[in-house]
Design a protein around this ligand. Structure first.
Ligand code: G3H
Length: 253
């Protein structure tokens, strides 16, 4: 089965109305309003800071979808939070869960990430669920153990895998310029797919997109995209630039 190439742009806590307007205008100009990318299907999802979601939605090329960067798993007395219900209400189809910055800075546990993921899916959202090991975990030989533990927590609550994209983001490669080599990334992606096959089922393993994140940019995207089990990217810093379009096109090589 073919897994449609997926490119996410996570703007994190960056952007202004002016920068979004200018960036989206440049993307529209270079993509004929996003109508075609080398003639092959690609799913493109941009995650702006939530306060700019509507600004981005209005300004992005026609075939770019919008995501939020996080959600809460309830409505009610939770000051400062945005419930998955509200994301759906605003016509936004995607949300990111479990980003390493949520896990490390905001202390989200595997269980919190799993709960958010399941709740978002129950409300109809599609989810980019993030996992990834710290540098010390990689150096201690625990890369697969950590990633499988995080994936296992998410998998335990997922009821509809067609709504899930798994983002493997080694924390040591995020925002550092230290991209995982194509071989390092492929090794983990293949292991995660094998884990899904054994612990969920072979069909889910074959159809679920596993994307890579961590210092992806135009100069390294083609080689990463050429790996058998890399089905796209979650891009941070490079998604704030006009030449992000070349990352979107990397699947074509
Ligand atoms: O969500 C995106 C990842 O954290 C990667 O960020 P980066 O491309 O700036 O390294």
């Amino acid at each position: 089965m073919t897994r449609t190439f997926f490119v996410g742009g996570n703007w994190k806590c960056n952007s202004t109305v002016k920068s979004i307007t200018e960036l989206c205008a440049s993307w529209k100009e270079s993509t004929d309003n996003g109508a075609k990318y080398s003639g092959k299907p690609v799913e493109i999802v941009i995650a702006p800071p939530s306060i700019y979601a509507q600004t981005a939605k209005d300004a992005l090329p026609a075939n770019f979808q919008v995501s939020l960067q996080d959600c809460y798993s309830s409505t009610g007395a939770f000051t400062g939070e945005i419930a998955a219900d509200m994301i759906v209400d605003m016509g936004i189809p995607w949300v990111i869960t479990g980003h390493s910055e949520r896990r490390t800075i905001f202390k989200e546990t595997d269980e919190v990430v799993a709960t958010k993921t399941a709740y978002a899916i129950s409300k109809g959202l599609s989810v980019i669920a993030c996992i990834g090991e710290l540098l010390e975990e990689r150096e201690a030989g625990k890369t697969l153990e950590v990633n499988e533990r995080q994936l296992s927590a998410i998998a335990a609550t997922v009821t509809d895998w067609s709504k899930v994209v798994i983002a493997y983001e080694p924390v040591w490669a995020i925002g550092t310029g230290k991209v995982a080599t194509p071989e390092q990334a492929q090794e983990v992606h293949a292991a995660l797919r094998a884990w899904l096959s054994t612990n969920v089922n072979p069909e889910v393993a074959e159809s679920t997109r596993i994307i890579y994140g961590g210092s992806v940019k135009p100069a390294n995207a083609n080689e990463l995209a050429g790996q058998a089990d890399i089905d796209g990217f979650l891009v941070g810093g490079a998604s704030l630039k006009p030449d992000f379009i070349s990352v979107i096109d990397s699947y074509a090589v």
